[in-house]
Write a protein that binds this ligand. Structure first.
Ligand code: MSP
Length: 497
């Protein structure tokens, strides 16, 4: 396997108020990036902002300021959220940046020179809210607002020319579009003739965009501009070595609502420009509020900031990763959040740490005891711990994150059971050496679990590892050092009443 891992989130509309949807995709990307860094792969994690288009222009006009200034004012809200959520992105791209505008123009010129862009007069239905021409059928669906008839000269990308190549690529690369049901959805869509894509907007109607390199009366359609961010950030046309190391991207993580743009527009654009296609486009489902869609109009959008303020970052990250089966919708409820927190984090994980550290402090002068010779039940814990990391690796490569987390939790439950079976709190009175062995094994199992959970809960696991004096984030067994002193720590996961 290539030792480079490149992962992206969608670039979010700069006008949006950050919500749970943005937070979710970005945390998911962060967990995968951290995991890959931990297993020693060179990792590049990109997120950013989509700053052009009509809505931004309108919002800036309403505020009476220049659109770039408007973007500059809005952008920090996202960066602040990422900081708060402990997002470890390597780059934050904004489509108004010079580096990106340059690449978009170069890309357009390449596609033009290949003969894949033509000019045509087009008359059709245009959805102002979606900023694109729509079909009669789409107009009838009732999903589009502000529809008007428009007749304009525009530039078109010959998307249809690549339809067959794309179908073949999807069919011969089973991981290209994930999960499977999304792949089938796109193959179904591609069974119909594909239209060419209108990629320009006349400046007379919209000026806030990247000017076409071959016609200064037009700007680039916002999606054509935005998708290119994924290659700008890794040095397309700027740094060949850098680009060749990272591209093709390992994962474009997206929500299911932006699948067509990523799985049809983007690959055909790349085919035209002669650039390799992404290794995988992964579409996750939606967070619902109970049974209904989260939407501003229903007033049921979860503000991630509020949850974090009340319960801390890591429990929120944990819940989002543990609860959603990747690829399917998931329902957010406060009851399930509190239940997960109390059962997994407070009872199982937090409790194991407090038992181990309390007993070591009380009976061994806070020094990690010697393990001595392992008995059968100790060997069981050690062996399970040793096989856990390879199990996790397989599950994560398969994007079964919730199952990976559950495996670790199961392990923690097994260790709690081991503690109960051996009852070191009683054993210590009769046989201090034997009780020390049990506490070493439990402590080491806890260390391993914390290392494996660190991509999901980087902050609290680092407190835990520090409390155990664990200098090592190695996943092999036996890294706790007898004699090391346990440190005091705040309660990791106090129960929510
Ligand atoms: N700017 C485009 C993406 C361009 S990428 C080249 C865009 N931006 S967005 O701000 O609307 O992105 C929203 C992202 O959040 C999408 O991936 C969408 O699926 C996701 N979510 C929005 N609401 C969501 C939920 N309720 N649940 C999960 N994710 C959802 O689209």
């Amino acid at each position: 396997m290539k030792n480079y891992f490149y992962i992206t989130t969608p670039i979010y509309y700069v006008n949006d108020k950050p919500h749970i949807g943005h937070a979710y995709t970005t945390i998911l990307a962060d967990v995968l990036a951290r995991y890959n860094r931990n297993i020693g792969r060179k990792t590049f994690f990109l997120t950013g902002l989509d700053e052009h288009g009509q809505k931004v222009q309108q919002a800036a006009e309403e505020n009476g300021i220049d659109p770039k200034k408007h973007c500059d004012q809005m952008a920090p809200r996202f960066n602040e959220l990422w900081k708060k959520l402990h997002i470890s992105n390597d780059d934050f791209i904004r489509t108004t940046e010079e580096r990106h505008q340059k690449v978009v123009k170069e890309f357009l010129q390449i596609v033009m020179d290949n003969g894949d862009i033509y000019e045509a007069e087009y008359e059709g239905l245009y959805s102002v809210s979606e900023e694109r021409f729509i079909t009669e059928k789409e107009a009838e669906s009732g999903e589009f607002r502000d529809i008007k008839k428009l007749k304009e000269k525009n530039y078109f990308f010959k998307m249809s020319k690549y339809q067959q190549d794309l179908i073949e690529h999807i069919e011969s690369n089973p991981n290209f579009i994930q999960p499977e049901h999304r792949k089938n959805e796109i193959l179904g869509f591609l069974r119909q003739p594909l239209n060419d894509l209108c990629i320009s907007r006349p400046k007379s109607r919209l000026s806030w965009g990247i000017e076409l390199p071959f016609d200064s009366d037009y700007v680039t359609y916002v999606w054509f501009d935005a998708l290119i961010n994924y290659i700008t950030a890794v040095g397309f046309k700027e740094d060949k070595d850098q680009f060749d190391s990272w591209w093709p991207v390992s994962y474009h993580l997206i929500g299911k609502d932006i699948l067509t743009t990523h799985a049809v527009y983007w690959p055909t654009m790349l085919l035209s420009a002669g650039i390799q296609l992404p290794q995988s486009i992964f579409a996750h489902g939606w967070w619902l509020m109970g049974e209904s869609k989260m939407s501003k109009s229903l007033g049921n959008v979860i503000n991630p900031m509020d949850l974090i303020d009340d319960y801390g970052v890591d429990p929120v990250r944990y819940y989002l990763m543990r609860e959603m089966v990747l690829g399917h919708d998931s329902s957010f409820t406060m009851e399930s959040f509190i239940q997960r927190y109390n059962s997994d984090l407070a009872n199982d994980f937090g409790n194991l740490l407090s038992r181990v550290s309390t007993l070591i402090k009380k009976n061994y002068d806070a020094r990690i005891p010697e393990p001595g010779d392992y008995l059968e039940s100790d060997i069981q814990i050690k062996m399970k711990g040793e096989s856990l990391s390879s199990q996790i690796e397989i599950l994560i490569a398969d994007m079964r994150l919730n199952e990976a987390i559950e495996e670790i939790m199961q392990y923690i439950r097994t260790v709690n059971k081991y503690m109960e079976d051996n009852a070191p709190w009683k054993l210590v009175k009769e046989d201090k050496i034997a009780a020390g062995r049990v506490l070493y094994i439990a402590g080491e199992a806890l260390r391993l679990s914390a290392v494996l959970l660190s991509p999901v809960m980087p902050h609290r696991t680092s407190i835990l590892l520090d409390a155990l004096s664990a200098r090592d984030t190695d996943i092999s067994w036996g890294k706790l050092i007898p004699g090391d002193i346990l440190k005091d720590h705040e309660p990791l996961f106090p129960r929510i009443k």
